[in-house]
Design a protein around this ligand. Structure first.
Ligand code: RB5
Length: 142
């Protein structure tokens, strides 16, 4: 799968671990930064990731900041982006199945690496169910 990932300084360490995991799984990953733990502004990186999805260079994206909240707020301002902040397995699965989320947001200061990788795994491997769920998405995408 073609994927895109980005973080701020708080999410940098987890981003690097996630990149390694995704490469081992055979995914192609575009990295929109940041590239160190030096303090930076998360909206810059959220915007860059959303562009890659809207330009169809990636099917799904992963955004990481301290809580995941700032990244999800910023990403959801971009038309066509459906970003879901997840810290539990059920939400990571059903935001794909029912919301056709195209970005998962994670909080590196909230969710440990082991759980983060599991959340990403189920997010990437759950198909959208379509049907009535597509009708509902269309209602807010218009
Ligand atoms: C950075 O300190 C922190 O505010 C940021 O990573 C994020 O949690 C914002 O929502």
């Amino acid at each position: 799968m073609n994927l895109v990932i980005a973080s701020d300084h708080a999410g940098y360490g987890l981003k690097e671990s996630v990149k390694k995991y995704l490469a081992e799984q055979g995914h192609n990953v575009i990295d929109c930064g940041t590239n160190s733990e030096e303090s930076c502004d998360y909206p810059v990186f959220a915007k860059a990731l959303c562009k890659e999805i809207n330009d169809k260079n990636a099917e799904l994206g992963i955004l990481i900041c301290g809580t995941g909240i700032g990244m999800s707020m910023a990403a959801n301002k971009v038309k066509g982006i459906r970003a879901a902040l997840c810290s539990d397995y059920f939400s990571a699965k059903f935001t794909r199945a029912h919301n056709d989320a195209n970005v998962i947001c994670l909080g590196a200061r909230v969710t440990g690496e082991g759980l983060a990788l599991e959340l990403i795994n189920v997010f990437l491997n759950t198909p959208f169910e379509g049907g009535k769920h597509l009708r509902r998405i269309n209602m807010f995408e218009e």
